[in-house]
Design a binder for this molecule. Structure first.
Ligand code: PHB
Length: 316
C-alpha cells in the first residue's frame, strides 16, 4: 500500500503513517518496496499469538474437526469482534461456497449465522455502533472478505437476535453468499454461561436447506421415545431402569439401554446397544449384554460425577 492509501484508510496524518510504517518495517512486520509498505509473513506471529492466548482453538479444534468428519460438511468456530465475527478455526470438508472464508477474516454480524447469537450479548454501545455502520456502509464495503451485500430488509437483524436468544441457535440462509447455508450454536463458558465462541455447520443449498441443516445435521434424528430403548430407559418400570425395545422401532432391531444418573441420582441420559435380533437371543441380551452395559454406564457416571463436582456439565 502506498503512504497516501494508508493515510486515507487509517485516517492518520502522513507523519504518523511514515513513523508507524518505519517502526513496523524495523520489526519485520512490513517490507518497504519503494515507497509502498508490503505485509510480511512474520505478521502471522501476531495472529498465532492471539489464537494461542485465546485457547479456544486448542480446546475445541479437534471436536470441530470430528464433527466435520461425522457430518461430511464444513464446520467453523467464530469469536466476536464488536459488531463483526472472526473465524478462529475452519474445518473445510466440502466446498460450500465460491469464496472460502479464512481464519482471522472479519465478517459483518448481520450477514452470518453466529452474528445474532453474539448480538444477544451486545451492549447498548455495540448496538449504537452497528446502527451507525449500517447506513454508512450498507453494502459492507468495509469488510473486504465478503461480497457486497444487497440492501438487507430493515429490522431483520434486530428480529433474528431475540429469536436466537429464545431458540439457542441461528441460521444464515444465503445472507453472505448465494447458495451458502449455515446453522450455528453457541459454546458457553461453564462458569457463567456467557458465549466463548460459536460453532457453525456450513453447507450448500444443493445439499441442504437452512431448515433441514438444523434438523438433520445439528440436532440429529428425533425418534419417538416410547419406541426406543434409549427413550424408555429413563422411565422404565424396571427398578434398575433397563429397557429392551424388542423389534418395536424396526423389524430385526433389538436395542437395549440403561439410564445414566447424575450426582443427585437424577436420570439425565441413557446408553444404548443396538443390535440385530438375529445376533443374540432376548435372554442373552438381558443376561450378558445388560451386565456389560451397566458396567460401562457406571464408569461414565463416575466420570460425570467427577467432572461435575465443581462445574456444571451441560448435557445438551
Ligand atoms: C463459514 O464459512 O464457516 C461460515 C460462513 C457463513 C456463516 C457461518 C459460517 O454464516
Amino acid at each position: 500500500m502506498s503512504p497516501s492509501t494508508l493515510e486515507r484508510t487509517t485516517g492518520l496524518a502522513r507523519s504518523t503513517v511514515d513513523r508507524v510504517t518505519a517502526t513496523l518495517a524495523r520489526m519485520g512486520y512490513v517490507r518497504l518496496d519503494g515507497r509502498d509498505a508490503v505485509l510480511t509473513l512474520r505478521l502471522m506471529e501476531l495472529g498465532n499469538a492471539y489464537l494461542a492466548a485465546l485457547r479456544r482453538p486448542a480446546l475445541l479444534n479437534a471436536r470441530a474437526d470430528a464433527l466435520a468428519d461425522a457430518l461430511d460438511e464444513s464446520v467453523s468456530l467464530a469469536v466476536r469482534d464488536r459488531d463483526g465475527i472472526h473465524f478462529v478455526h475452519q474445518a473445510t470438508r466440502r466446498r460450500a461456497m465460491s469464496l472460502g472464508f479464512r481464519i482471522g477474516e472479519l465478517l459483518p454480524a448481520e450477514r452470518t449465522a453466529p452474528g445474532p447469537l453474539f448480538a444477544t450479548e451486545w451492549t447498548d454501545e455495540d448496538w449504537r455502533h452497528w446502527h451507525e455502520r449500517r447506513p454508512a456502509d450498507p453494502e459492507n464495503r468495509s469488510f473486504p472478505a465478503v461480497p457486497p451485500a444487497p440492501p438487507a430488509p430493515a429490522g431483520d437483524f434486530e428480529e433474528r437476535t431475540p429469536r436466537a436468544a429464545r431458540e439457542g441457535w441461528a441460521s444464515d440462509d444465503q445472507l453472505i453468499e448465494p447458495g451458502l447455508v449455515a446453522v450455528s450454536v453457541p459454546v458457553r463458558y461453564p462458569a457463567d454461561g456467557t458465549i466463548a465462541c460459536v460453532a457453525s455447520v456450513v453447507s450448500h443449498t444443493s445439499r441442504h436447506s437452512a431448515e433441514d441443516l438444523r434438523t438433520t445435521l445439528l440436532v440429529g434424528t428425533r425418534l419417538p421415545a416410547h419406541a426406543t430403548a434409549l427413550g424408555r430407559a429413563p422411565t422404565a418400570a424396571d427398578p434398575l431402569g433397563s429397557a429392551l425395545a424388542d423389534e418395536e422401532l424396526e423389524e430385526g432391531l433389538r436395542p437395549i439401554a440403561v439410564p445414566l444418573l447424575d450426582r443427585t441420582g437424577r436420570r439425565v441420559a441413557a446408553v444404548n446397544i443396538a443390535m440385530h435380533a438375529a445376533r443374540h437371543t432376548r435372554e442373552e441380551c438381558t443376561d450378558t449384554l445388560l451386565a456389560a452395559l451397566r458396567h460401562t454406564a457406571t464408569r461414565i457416571e463416575a466420570d460425570l460425577h467427577m467432572a461435575s463436582h465443581f462445574t456444571r456439565v451441560p448435557l445438551t
